[in-house]
Design a protein around this ligand. Structure first.
Ligand SMILES: [Zn+2]
Ligand SMILES: [Zn+2]
Ligand SMILES: [Zn+2]
Length: 350
């Protein structure tokens, strides 16, 4: 019988411990043979511990552990990690996938985490399908999710890879699973885009409410209460204020009015109405129709009340969101303005 040519690899065991003579040998593909220490292997891997402890045919025969199916150099890197708890970037680059499989099979969680991190950093459209399948086999949900997201975001490129073509031919269930994920991913993206747009709209409305109050209380460049000192310089929110002032002027002079079907008047009317829902100081409020709307609300609970209340709540939350998204410095300034002007809110006019 022909003897297989074996080559003994000596590992630079990165440890400060004084090691006894090796008492176990790890055999890998291509005939490499790595001397190792049973006590150490058993302490880092429960699976290796079982293999070492299993009864041998002859008491005198040496303990041999076979690690087949991966390149010999990957096994060397694996054993190196068991001794040193480290793995070089080069080893991760070349054997990351093999090391993940080994760490899973031999239950070495430290190495598994290292591989998940290493493979996540090295994910490309070229290797994503292979890494995905491995992540499923090795029970690595974080890595699996990363792969799915990369796939969903770059599906056109992935579709052209050999890995994808192979998967389509050999694992239709996984293909279906991936396609379903991509669909859901698209829906999620659309939903969050819609949510952002809605938030933007509510933030605009909320700003319009603030401008309306400011115009009717302090007055801005063109419109203001008859007894207020008119500010001639544009205010901080002038873009909104200016449009609103034009709308108020129109509302005051329009011949068609709301009942005549004027769209602009109707919009202004809705803004007045919305204001009355968010206004907290009815008695001192100078916004037109504020009191009338509030009295009406108290008198007859109208059916569409809840809809307006919901809108008012959404405006309030959009205001909070947009104030949170301001840079901190600006937020502080805004706070200061409010604190320094306590009169604005309680300003009583004749
Ligand atoms: Zn203004
Ligand atoms: Zn009009
Ligand atoms: Zn009011």
């Amino acid at each position: 019988m022909a003897q297989t040519q074996t080559q003994t690899i000596s590992i630079a065991y990165h440890t400060h411990r004084l090691l006894p003579e090796p008492d176990v040998f790890i055999h890998s593909s291509h005939g490499t043979r790595i001397p190792a220490h049973s006590a150490l292997l058993a302490s880092v891997s429960p699976v290796l511990e079982n293999l070492i402890d299993r009864p041998r045919k002859h008491r005198s025969s040496e303990t041999i552990i076979q690690i087949q199916g991966v390149p010999g150099a990957a096994v060397t890197a694996f054993v190196g990690f068991l001794y040193s708890s480290t793995c070089s970037e080069d080893e991760m680059e070349r054997f990351g996938m093999h090391l993940l499989a080994l760490s899973h099979v031999y239950m070495v969680p430290q190495l598994k985490q290292r591989c998940i991190k290493g493979l996540t950093q090295r994910l490309t459209t070229e290797n994503v399908v292979d890494v995905l399948q491995l992540a499923r086999l090795c029970d690595a949900p974080d890595l699996h999710l990363r792969c799915m997201k990369l796939l969903a975001n770059n599906f056109k490129a992935v579709e052209a890879t050999e890995g994808w073509k192979f998967l389509v031919n050999h694992d239709p269930w996984l293909e279906l699973h991936i396609l379903r994920f991509i669909d859901e991913h698209e829906i999620r993206k659309k939903k969050s885009r819609r949510h952002r747009e809605e938030q933007g709209l509510y933030a605009q409305l909320s700003e319009a409410m603030e401008c309306l109050e400011h115009i009717c209380t302090e007055g801005c460049t063109d419109v203001g209460p008859y007894d207020a000192e008119r500010e001639r310089t544009p205010c901080a929110r002038f873009a909104t204020c200016q449009g609103l002032q034009v709308l108020i002027r129109h509302f005051a002079t329009c011949q068609k009015r709301v009942n005549g079907g004027c769209v602009r008047c109707k919009r202004m009317w809705q803004l007045f109405r919305l204001h009355s829902y968010v206004c907290h100081h009815t008695d001192s409020c100078r916004v037109p129709f504020c009191r009338q709307f509030q009295l009406k609300m108290q008198q007859n609970k109208r059916k569409d009340d809840s809809r307006w209340k919901l809108l008012a709540r959404k405006l309030a939350s959009a205001k909070v969101m947009s104030s949170l998204s301001l840079p901190k410095r600006k937020r502080d300034e805004e706070m200061r303005v409010t604190i320094n002007n306590p009169g604005i809110r309680s300003y009583k006019l004749l």
